[in-house]
Design a protein around this ligand. Structure first.
Ligand code: ZN
Length: 126
């Protein structure tokens, strides 16, 4: 298990706030909201593969959006009642890092929208 102090050394301050303290980057400021190159998005903290560019779509919200995780066991879902809202948080199953939230208003075939922070993921083109 990686301790919070170890994460603090491994991650940049911005990455730490999002991945370990469940922060949210400002819309349209991240590295990937407008990236539609072909490749794979992995967890920035632990490197686990999380999302494929094949399931990425433009939700117009300013964050990278996917309609499906790369593997069914790549992510965990947790009820999130923070900020007076009822949302479902998405975390990396491997390291527990905060990725973003999932909403039931995505496109076919899943109808799901994974709203993910660019700071939580790392893109590798193919
Ligand atoms: Zn991870």
């Amino acid at each position: 298990m990686t301790t919070e102090n170890e994460w603090r050394k491994k991650l940049t301050p911005e990455e730490f706030i999002v991945l370990r303290e469940k922060g949210t980057e400002r819309a349209f400021t991240g590295e990937y909201w407008n990236n539609f190159a072909t490749g794979v998005y992995s967890c920035r903290a632990c490197g686990a593969e999380l999302f494929s560019s094949q399931t990425k779509f433009d939700a117009g919200c300013g964050w990278p959006s996917f309609y499906e995780a790369m593997h069914s066991d790549a992510v965990n879902y947790t009820e999130d009642l923070a900020h007076g809202m009822h949302r479902t948080e998405v975390t990396c199953k491997n390291c527990g890092g905060h990725l973003g939230h999932i909403f039931p208003d995505g496109p076919e075939p899943t109808g799901q929208r994974f709203c993910i922070n660019s700071l939580s993921i790392k893109f590798k083109g193919v």
